[in-house]
Design a protein around this ligand. Structure first.
Ligand code: COA
Length: 258
């Protein structure tokens, strides 16, 4: 179905594998277009309750945007490239279903930005994170300056952004960039076991948690007001009736996602 991605749906979890291992899964135009289409699938396919993004092979999650596509770009083309990339990553960040990055090696430049656009990250112990764009005479363009600062704070973010240095998985854990560090062969299972728990919860409530948490970083929104509004809307759902009835009847809820 895709040329540069592998997708596999099981137990309502779509695993999206960026599949260019000979180029360390660098994000070229095709990968970006296909990633966008795969995320549309996450939005639109009712069988999918959550998704995982991972890189093919043992060495790399995604080693950045494809540097060979930068050659000869002018300012306008550079802006268009960044805008397009940002829009795809906004689509990941604003997805109504959880999307988790399984960082199985290098997450550099656009790869780190892709991981940061996901709702949370789990790393294997060989993972390396960095924004090395300054080595190329450029800077992050797919949201890296914003999300890295949001996630790890300004001082640590600026050190990484300005030096181009990489950090290892344990430093990423200490910085709060990843939630867990596990052995590479446990990475997918760790993500799947967390998503199985989330998938058993009320889908509308889960989607609203994502919306409200994202509002913290959106200047156009008042997160507390949005929380009040979304909290109220939860009371109109069938899931709320099911969740509260199941609790009172001492049984497990069976949510319809409505
Ligand atoms: N864009 C295009 N190709 C890339 C790439 C990228 N971001 N990252 C790696 N590749 C390619 C290499 O060119 C090489 O291709 P080749 O075999 O056809 O020559 C292949 O992937 C393997 O990479 P290589 O550099 O040989 O592996 P390594 O183990 O020696 O080094 C890295 C790994 C990640 C340190 C190194 O590849 C690197 O620095 N990549 C660029 C990272 C970067 O600057 N990303 C931000 C881009 S904005």
């Amino acid at each position: 179905m895709y040329n540069t991605l592998l997708t596999e749906l099981s137990n309502n979890i779509l695993v999206i594998t960026v599949n260019r291992p000979d180029k360390l899964n660098a994000l070229n135009k095709t990968v970006m277009e296909e990633l966008s289409a795969a995320i549309d699938e996450v939005y639109n396919n009712n069988e999918i309750k959550s998704a995982i993004i991972i890189g093919a092979g043992p060495k790399s999650f995604v080693a950045g945007a494809d540097i060979s596509e930068f050659v000869g770009l002018n300012a306008e083309q550079g802006k268009a490239l960044a805008k397009k990339g940002q829009n795809i990553f906004f689509k990941i960040e604003n997805a109504p279903k959880p999307i988790v990055a399984c960082v199985n090696g290098f997450a550099l430049g656009g790869g780190c930005e892709l991981a940061m656009s996901c709702h949370f990250r789990i790393a294997s112990d060989n993972a390396k994170f960095g924004q090395p764009e300054v080595n190329l005479g450029i800077m992050p363009g797919y949201g890296g300056t914003q999300r890295l600062t949001q996630l790890i704070g300004k001082g640590r973010a600026l050190e990484l952004l300005m030096s181009g240095n990489m950090i290892d998985a344990n430093t990423a854990l200490q910085y709060g960039l990843v939630n867990y560090v596990v052995a590479q062969d446990e990475l997918l299972n760790k993500a799947k076991s967390i998503l199985a728990v989330i998938n058993s919860k009320a889908p509308v409530a889960v989607a609203n948690c994502i919306k409200a948490a994202n509002a913290v970083f959106d200047e156009t929104k008042n997160g507390f007001e949005l929380e009040v509004e979304l909290f109220g809307k939860c009371f109109t759902t069938q899931d709320m009736k099911e969740g509260t009835s199941a609790f009172l009847e001492k049984r497990k809820p069976n949510f319809a996602g409505r």
